[in-house]
Design a binder for this molecule. Structure first.
Ligand code: UDP
Ligand code: MG
Length: 312
């Protein structure tokens, strides 16, 4: 019998896990598959760890990976993928925003229609703030223009993948992980299905505006070098403008003589140009800092304990 691994990143989800476990079990019991439920406790400060451990004590299908601190959802997903052993692997949020009831349909697409992956996107974004919706929309517009890797708007991390695709993802060992990009980068035949956005069953979202903003920057820096090109182009444009201005001023001085007026405009120009310079330096800094983190080759996550055998 084939096995499906369900990876559930959990960060302070004590209220949601019980409800999730109930729902996923309904689906598990209706399917002709072996299952493993991998809960990744991403350094929760509440009772999440104990709840998962208790589940693991009474249910042999429950596995847990306990991180030494909070490493973020990307790290939690990666750990789950690395330690999973299923023929098919799926990633789900603990808050039931990714409905387990879609699983049978997703399995059918892989088994009957030969897809390697079934990914989900939500059709609406109710339950999220206006600010978040607006910025999300902008982010997808920008990234579509500047990156060769296709990012699907509204895509969730909820997806079912074949072992082959999972292995390809595991082989992408980069430190700055942006999964939406990685999933798309590895290719394979992906079927997209849509569902109505669900509200969280319990607990609260772990993302605030700045976290999302820096996550979006990770996506841009990780999958596009367009900002670097933009800064070079800006440099060239400014050189051209200054060249025209120099000629203009020389001619003006020769024709009308020299007076010392014009310092306020000069001050403005200096401010403007040094602003642009710092902006471009900042762009370079972003790439440099990401490169720095990659070069250091630090582990993506550190496991404190787990009940999964043969992990190294
Ligand atoms: N999560 C995590 N580590 C983090 C933040 C979130 O493992 O540092 C988990 C969280 O427990 C949940 C999933 O990632 O299962 C999605 O988080 P959340 O529901 O807060 O995000 P949203 O649905 O609001 O995008
Ligand atoms: Mg959620």
């Amino acid at each position: 019998m084939k096995k499906i691994s369900v990876i559930v990143p959990c960060y302070n989800e004590e209220e949601a896990i019980g409800l999730f476990y109930e729902q996923i079990n309904k689906v598990i019991n209706s399917l002709d598959y072996k299952f493993e439920l991998i809960f990744v406790n991403d350094g929760s400060s509440d009772n999440t760890y104990n709840i998962i451990k208790n589940l693991a004590d009474i249910d042999k299908t429950v596995k847990y990976i306990n991180f030494s601190r909070n490493f973020g959802k990307e790290a939690a997903m990666y750990a789950g993928l690395e330690l999973s052993s299923g023929d098919l692997v799926t990633i789900m949020d603990a808050d039931l925003q990714d409905p387990p009831s879609l699983l049978p349909e997703m399995i059918d697409y892989i088994n009957k229609e030969g897809y390697d992956c079934v990914a989900t996107k939500s059709t609406s974004r109710h339950g999220y703030s206006f600010l978040r919706k607006t910025f999300t929309r902008w982010f997808y517009k920008i990234i579509a223009k500047i990156s060769k890797t296709q990012m699907v708007a509204g895509a969730r991390d909820y997806r079912l993948m074949s072992r082959q695709m999972v292995n390809a993802i595991i082989n992408m060992k980069e430190y700055n992980r942006y999964s939406k990009g990685l999933f798309s980068f590895v290719g394979f035949n992906t079927k997209w299905i849509e569902f109505e956005n669900q509200e969280r069953v319990a607990g609260s979202t772990k993302w605030n505006f700045w976290k999302l903003f820096s996550y979006a920057l990770d996506g841009i820096v990780g999958f596009s070098t367009a900002p670097l090109i933009i800064s070079s182009v800006m440099g060239v444009i400014f050189c051209l403008i200054s060249f025209v201005m120099i000629i203009f001023i020389i001619v003006k001085t020769l024709v009308f003589g020299d007076d010392t007026s014009g310092w306020p405009s000069l001050a403005c120009i200096i401010f403007f140009v040094s602003g642009i310079q710092l902006f471009c330096l900042g762009i370079m800094g972003q790439y440099l800092s990401k490169t720095y983190l990659e070069v250091k080759n630090r582990p993506i996550y550190i496991i404190k304990d787990t009940n999964i055998k043969n992990h190294d």
